[in-house]
Ligand binder design. Structure first.
Ligand SMILES: [Zn+2]
Length: 200
């Protein structure tokens, strides 16, 4: 199984170089992505692939349920590097319908350590419980919480000192909330973009 991955890698590398001989030397010199993607770790939501971007075009951070916790040094390091060094112009928080992490938070399941990680999603549920509980089917309630989760995580990103200081310094930077449909492969814009201190 593992050997197969190396075979696939060699085939991919050869095919890329045949299409564009300067592809790898160019990337090895520098990355200049205009976007930071904050998405779910779910294997069905491959960031570059669903937006049709090549290596070098998307800076990616993924975790369970696409969270942006202000206590997570991993997330903060990625965000800081993306904003201060790469100077990305867009931060995309992308959730997806049918998210297992969101479902676990909604149903208050016990899965171990990840239960602690999912606390921000439970907070989002508590703040929107009346609207979510008015929805008929469980799958639709999960999907509604998936959308509320993206909205709140956009606000979490916008509330970081990293973003607020960048805006205060005049840096152009927009934070977007999108959601991906596993069933049709399509992205939807939740229209919750925050583009400056006056929006947040
Ligand atoms: Zn997920």
């Amino acid at each position: 199984m593992i050997d197969d991955l190396f075979r696939r890698n060699r085939a991919w590398s050869i095919a890329r170089q045949e299409r564009d001989p300067d592809f790898f030397p160019r990337l090895a010199r520098q990355q200049r992505p205009a976007y930071l993607w904050i998405g779910c770790a779910d294997s069905r939501v491959p960031a570059n692939e669903i937006v049709g971007l090549d290596p070098g075009e998307l800076f990616v951070h993924r975790n369970v349920a696409n969270l942006a916790p202000p206590s997570d040094i991993n997330f903060l390091s990625v965000l800081s590097f993306a904003v201060a060094v790469l100077k990305v112009q867009h931060v995309i928080v992308c959730g997806h319908y049918g998210c297992g992490g969101v479902r676990a938070a909604l149903l208050d399941e016990r899965n171990g350590i990840v239960d602690h990680w999912l606390e921000p999603v439970r907070g989002t549920y508590r703040r929107n419980a009346a609207r979510i509980e008015a929805i008929g089917s469980e799958a639709d309630r999960v999907n509604a919480l998936c959308e509320f989760n993206v909205q709140d995580r956009v606000q979490d990103v916008a509330a970081t000192t990293i973003i607020r200081d960048a805006w205060a310094a005049g840096q152009k930077l927009a934070i977007h909330g999108w959601i991906y449909g596993l069933a049709d492969g399509l992205l939807r814009n939740l229209d919750v973009t925050v583009a400056g201190l006056e929006d947040s």
